[in-house]
Design a protein around this ligand. Structure first.
Ligand code: CA
Length: 728
């Protein structure tokens, strides 16, 4: 049966072999045949095998739109729409959608990867850049690969030690490791075929994004713009690992030769000695490719440091920060750019999901690039030229009033420039963005873009103690004072997380769904069956009606969800795969009961759903640093010591462990008010100064703390733990 089915999809003349002359089978299978023919057009050229060969080439990727049975690349197709033509799972049978199989992951940090499915295997990466391969039908583990990233590297990962996925090409699986290596694995065995270091290992670069493969080049960027690096994207030969080209997103020292001709012009948009600070502009996530225009699009990140008055003191646009840049995929040469935020100063990256589509605008069919970057505006841009077609805000925005369509530039609110006025300001959206890395989806069924959004704000305060080349987080923004400003400013709107349906032609919202758990969104998938799938932080996987947002189905995931689902055929059954696991389930909402019974709130797993699946999730508690029972001690430290501890905490700890000691992500960053480590100075110092939990990413802070500061922080944390009002 399985073998015949494979034949059916590869050789259309073989349909009737499937029937074997058995009229009963014909009756059973006839509706399926019609269904499959409807979704697999004649141009299908690929081998549909179950041999784990990952036989992906240029033709197969360019034609991926037609090959709905696999999920060949990060955004499914080069246009990155994350829309599937499959409709076996539909509104009529959705109630039967349930778990087919699952696999436990061995890391319990944030999980952000989209599962890739090709030639019978599913490939998924997890936190710490591990890669797993499973047989897509049985769930049998084929192989697992651990690049053994030095856990101390976690200190340089702004936003957890995550990985958003792998790429496949001609029998190889590519993963970007957190420490900057690009690694090629054999798709059948997991054996390392080549690896190359894509960054200067002495600089605080990281990789969390998924590689893309275009015309035999594996394209990979990096992160680190909170730590003082210079951004670039590099192409490596997929077969050999040799570097083919590199495109820098910010100019280097003008007294040295520029690597690319356009950096001469870019340098005229910078002032001061930006190159001593790195400049930022990291390409840490989004890319897309248009085969017809032969253009590779990359999303460029924020300035480093964030605060422009420290980075480029006499202003300037600071190209190519926070831009979409179109490159020639063969040699990396520049074609065009569109900059979303000239003179960026709020961590407003344009690294968010870049998506290509054909839209009818004012009666004319246009090939467009769409993006909803952090800054709160939804952009529609001409894919061939970079000309801005339209822009409107998709969340509340107060840093600019609108985007001027003639110049393509934002009309800024001058009060928002805390870096120039020197006056702190509460800005919307926050540095987390109205939309962050969470993949969107464009449905060809509804014509809507589904965006995982957050309405938020943040206080920006100039950091008077900024030091160049500090080893750690170094943005020129005093976050602790910013937190305080946001707390003490009256009348700020409610913050919240939503699934938003956006009409990209009318540039207006069609509908939205509010998530009960407001601690972050999750990636999206849409299908031809009129369904939109999204997980949430309350521990659910939900299907919505694509036209109305009506909630049609849900399954409990036992874990918060951040990653986006993928969908494909395994045998003759449509499946949906979802990697679950996020820093925390909330204490309220549907996940709360599980959070108490499971003890842990991060049950990282790969879940596969199909119609009539019969698998059940077990309930196995896992210990975390916050699960140790202890009596909160008292401190006899003087008030000035506690105040010094608070100051050192704000400078060194708060960015991860939370403002005022309240961790918003306690699974990843333990809530220190509940940490038994505070009981003795020795157990505290073992972590803070001696790096006992380095394997978790909590490296020694001995280099960043003055004598006595670790103990002062302990005194402060003890006072916070004893403060009934905020304890939970
Ligand atoms: Ca950033």
């Amino acid at each position: 049966m399985v073998g015949h089915w494979v034949k059916l999809r590869t050789q259309r003349c073989d349909y009737f072999q499937l029937l074997d002359g058995d009229p009963m089978r014909y009756r059973t299978l006839a509706p399926l045949i019609v269904g499959v023919l409807a979704i697999v057009p004649a141009q299908l050229s690929a081998q549909q095998a179950s041999d784990y060969q990952a036989a992906v080439d240029a033709e197969r990727l360019v034609n991926a739109t037609a090959e709905a049975s696999d999920w060949l690349s990060y955004g499914r197709t080069y246009d990155e729409q994350r829309y599937s033509p499959l409709s076996q799972i539909n509104k009529d049978n959705l109630e039967r959608l349930s778990l087919a199989w699952f696999a436990d992951m061995t890391t319990s940090r944030g999980q952000e990867a989209t599962p890739i499915v090709v030639d019978g295997a599913v490939y998924v990466s997890t936190a710490w850049s591990l890669v797993w391969a499973f047989d897509v039908r049985s769930g049998e583990l084929l192989w697992q690969y651990d690049p053994e990233v030095d856990r101390a590297k976690g200190f340089q990962a702004c936003c957890d030690v995550v990985n958003r996925g792998v790429a496949v090409w001609e029998g190889k699986v590519f993963v970007g490791a957190l420490d900057g290596r690009l690694i090629a694995l054999d798709s059948q065995t997991g054996e390392v075929l080549w690896e190359t270091m894509t960054v200067d290992p002495d600089r605080p670069y990281t990789i969390t994004g998924a590689p893309r493969v275009v015309k035999g080049n594996v394209i990979i960027g990096n992160g680190g713009a909170e730590y003082g690096v210079r951004g670039y994207v590099t192409a490596y030969d997929a077969a050999s690992g040799e570097q083919n080209w590199r495109f820098y997103t910010v100019p280097g020292n003008p007294t040295e030769a520029f690597e690319q001709p356009e950096l001469f012009d870019a340098a005229s948009t910078w002032t001061g000695q930006w190159w001593t600070l790195g400049g930022g502009g990291t390409v840490w996530d989004a890319m897309a490719y248009d085969a017809e225009l032969d253009l590779l699009y990359i999303g460029v990140g924020n300035g480093s440091p964030w605060n422009q008055s420290l980075r480029s003191p006499d202003g300037g646009d600071n190209l190519f920060l926070t831009s979409i840049v179109a490159l020639d995929p063969d040699d990396g040469s520049y074609r065009w750019h569109y900059q979303t935020v000239p003179g960026e100063t709020w961590d407003y990256t344009a690294t968010q999901h870049i998506m290509l589509a054909d839209l009818e605008i004012d009666g004319v069919e246009r090939r467009v690039v769409m993006q909803a970057p952090k800054n709160g505006f939804f952009y529609v841009i001409d894919a061939a030229t970079g000309q801005l077609i339209s822009a409107n805000n998709y969340v509340p925005v107060n840093w600019a009033t609108h985007i001027d369509l003639d110049s393509g530039r934002p009309v800024e609110n001058p009060d928002a420039r805390y870096d120039l006025t020197g006056i702190p300001f509460v800005v919307s959206p926050s540095a987390l963005g109205g939309h962050n890395w969470y993949p969107m989806s464009y449905s060809q069924n509804s014509g809507l873009v589904y965006i995982p959004i957050t309405e938020n704000y943040m206080g920006y305060v100039h950091d008077n103690e900024f030091v160049i080349n500090q080893r750690g987080w170094n943005t020129g923004v005093d976050l602790a004072q910013g937190f305080g400003l946001a707390r003490s400013t009256p009348g700020l709107p409610e913050q919240g997380t939503f699934l938003q349906a956006w009409d990209p032609v009318r540039q207006e919202e069609a509908w939205r769904v509010k998530h009960e758990a407001a601690n972050g969104p999750a990636g999206v998938l849409s299908t031809a069956a009129g369904l939109v799938f999204q997980g949430n932080r309350a521990g659910e996987f939900v299907a919505y009606d694509d036209m109305t947002g009506e909630r049609l189905w849900s399954a409990f995931t036992q874990a918060g969800v951040m990653a986006a689902p993928s969908t494909f055929m395994a045998g003759d059954e449509q499946h949906i795969a979802l990697l679950v696991g996020s820093p925390a389930l909330p204490s309220e909402g549907p996940g709360a009961a599980a959070a108490t019974t499971l003890a842990s709130t991060n049950n990282s797993r790969l879940l596969l759903f199909k119609l009539g699946g019969e698998a059940q999730l077990p309930r196995v508690p896992v210990q975390t640093e916050n699960d140790v029972e202890f009596d909160i001690p008292q401190t006899d430290a003087a008030n000035e010591i506690i105040a010094a501890g608070e100051s050192a905490y704000n400078r060194t700890c708060a960015v991860c462990h939370g403002d005022a000691g309240i961790s918003l992500r306690p699974d990843t960053y333990p809530d220190l008010r509940r940490s038994a480590r505070m009981v003795t100075a020795e157990s505290w110092a073992a972590v803070v100064l001696e790096g006992e939990l380095e394997d978790n990413g909590m490296v020694s802070f001995a280099q960043l703390l003055e004598d006595g500061e670790a103990e002062a922080i302990r005194a402060y944390v003890i006072t916070r733990a004893n403060s009934e009002a905020d304890s939970r």
